[in-house]
Structures are given as C-alpha cells and as structure tokens.
Design a protein around this ligand. Structure first.
Ligand code: NAD
Length: 308
C-alpha cells in the first residue's frame, strides 16, 4: 500500500512532487485546523508540518498509523517529541535548510540597528529629512558575540568575519575547530561574552535550560551601547526585562524576529525607536523554503526505501 502523507502547512511544491513521483499518496492541506487534524490524523502514515501546525500529544495519540513526523525547517518546538518517542514515531527535520537565510537576516538586522535604516525610512515617509539624528556606526572592528555555534551561529560567524567583525563564541558543546580557526574565534563563557560584545546574537534551541537564558541579570552585564539580536526562539529572552533595559538606556538596541507570543500582542517594545522587529522571517526566503522542502522529501523517500 502507498505511503499516505498529510502535508499540514504551506510548503514548496517540490515536496509533494518528489513524494508523488516516488509513489506516495499526498494530501496537501496547508490550512488544516487543529480540530480537523485531530479527526483525520489517523488516516496517515506521515505528517509533514512547518511551524503553524502544533503536533500535540493529543494529535499524536489520535494518529494511530503515524510513523514519521517531518518538520520542513529546523526548530522542533511545535512537535511534542516526548509523546512521539513514546509512540515510536520518528521525528525528522531539515537542519541545514535555513542556516544561510537566518544568518543573512541577522546581518541585515545588525546593519539596520547600526545605520538606523528603519527609522530613516519612517522619517522619510513622514516628510522629514532627518540626517543629524541618524548618525550611525560601522560593524567593522566591532565584537559580535554568538551564543550557540551550531549551523546558523557558524554561518553568521563567517558572514560577520567578511565585515571585519571580531567573533566571540559560547556553546555548551565543543565548537567546530575548523570554524574557530577560520574566523579567529574568541571562545568564552556566557558572562564574558555578554560583557565584551557590541552585538550579541542568539542561536540556541528553546529548551528548559535556555528558557529566559537572557534575563534581567544577564542583560545587566551587557554594555550600555550593545545591541541584542534574537532570531532563534521567543522565550529565550525575558521580553519584559528587555523592555526595561532598553527604556532605561541600559542597552543600546535590540532586533527581534521571534517573540514569546507570536504574533506579539500589543508589545510595548514596538514603542521604542531602538528596536527593530520582523515577523519570524528567518527562514522566509525562496531558497530556504525550497531547500528545506527538498531535504525533507529526499529524507522521506530514503526512509521509505530503508536507506536511512
Ligand atoms: P543547531 O542545533 O545547529 O545549533 C544550536 C546550538 O546551540 C548547538 O551548537 C548547541 O550545542 C547550542 N546550545 C544548546 N543549548 C545551549 C546553551 N544553553 N548555551 C549555549 N549553547 C547552547 O541549531 P540551528 O540550526 O543553528 O538553529 C538555532 C536556532 O535558530 C534554533 O532555536 C532554531 O529553532 C532557530 N531558527 C529560527 C529560524 C527563524 O525563522 N527565525 C529559522 C531556523 C532556525
């Protein structure tokens, strides 16, 4: 019998095409609701999701024939991995798919903060030619602290090096020595990284151990002129503490692509001029979406053939 695959979120067309070409039965339902999914999950062997669909323990429990949950992306926090493990369901992702897209977004956010690009755009639209108040700084020679040197952290380090930034890094596992040598990495602990960096960019997964990793105490270690960038997951920064630090002038600026609640509900951060916000755009490029869809489709075909 053909593998029955339910695609629950919008994915690049290459994924259903590859699966169908390999004899799988694909139902593409990018708008499926949680309630509907709960009713129909039992009809499928594989569930494919991005981040919109939450694969809860209840859904996993109802998906009697499910053997694989595939995430077209990196983070697995919308999938109850414990529940999947208990049911013997394999969870796969496309770990490398988004690394360049997210790293390039971080560069654009750092440049936006350094050169006040969003503010300049806003004032221009208001008919104001505000040159004096928008004197910026350069990234060249500044210290970039990267927290979490996995796929995205390393890609960012390489891009930032091309801007002649100095790279400081902290991770809980040994850091790739080739990468460290290539960028002249200064390895250190989290406290020293926060104290020494002009920009701090977070690239860790959301786990119990990383929740509120950047809280009021950690923010107080940072330079008053420093900027904090989060493109990893909301919940890693305590947003209320961040707001207080920015409002009191204890921190230079922040750029956020991810939030504790998405979309954020009336966040006071949007009232601050030194904050740049984007709506979880990290992996939102044509190239990243295509790559992740391709990687997942190939993995599913290989699993079907018993290769991996
Ligand atoms: P990765 O697994 O390759 O790297 C994560 C690194 O964080 C690992 O090296 C790990 O050892 C390290 N780490 C874990 N806990 C840590 C801790 N307490 N202190 C320091 N380091 C720690 O992951 P990645 O692909 O580089 O992704 C990083 C983050 O980016 C994830 O949270 C992912 O969900 C997020 N992400 C966001 C977007 C977006 O659209 N904004 C897109 C893709 C990924």
């Amino acid at each position: 019998m053909a593998q029955r695959v339910l695609v629950c979120d919008a994915v690049d067309g290459i994924l259903p095409k590859i699966l169908k070409d390999n004899g799988m039965e694909v139902n593409y339902k990018p708008e499926v609701t949680q309630d509907e999914l709960l009713r129909i999950a039992k009809q499928y062997d594989t569930l494919v999701v991005r981040s919109r669909t939450k694969v809860t323990a209840e859904i996993i429990d109802s998906a009697k024939d499910c053997k694989i949950i595939a995430r077209v992306g990196v983070g697995l926090d919308n999938i109850d991995q414990e529940a999947a493990k208990l049911k013997g369901i394999r969870v796969i992702n496309a770990a490398e798919g988004a690394m360049n897209a997210v790293a390039e977004l971080v560069m654009s956010l750092m440049l936006s903060l350094a050169r006040h690009v969003p503010r300049a755009d806003r004032t221009m639209r208001e008919g104001v030619w505000e040159k004096k108040g928008l004197k910026g700084t350069e990234l060249k020679g500044k210290y970039l602290g990267i927290v979490g040197l996995g796929n995205i952290g390393q890609r960012l380090g390489r891009l930032a090096r091309a801007f002649n930034m100095n790279i400081i890094g902290y991770d809980v596992v040994p850091i790739n020595p080739e990468f460290a040598q290539e960028v002249g990495l200064i390895k250190t602990d989290l406290g020293t990284l926060l104290q020494s960096s002009d920009y701090v960019s977070l690239h860790v997964p959301l786990l119990e151990s990383t929740r509120y990793m950047i809280n009021a105490e950690k923010l107080s270690l940072m330079k008053k002129t420093a900027c904090l960038i989060n493109t990893s997951r909301g919940g890693i920064i305590d947003e209320a503490a961040l707001y207080t630090a920015l409002k009191n002038g204890d921190l230079g600026g922040a750029a956020l692509d991810v939030f504790e609640t998405e979309p954020p509900d009336n966040t006071p951060l949007s009232n601050l001029d030194n904050v740049v916000m984007t709506p979880h755009l990290g992996a939102q490029t044509v190239e990243a979406q295509k790559l992740a869809a391709h990687v997942i489709a190939e993995k599913l075909v290989q699993i079907e053939r018993g290769v991996i």
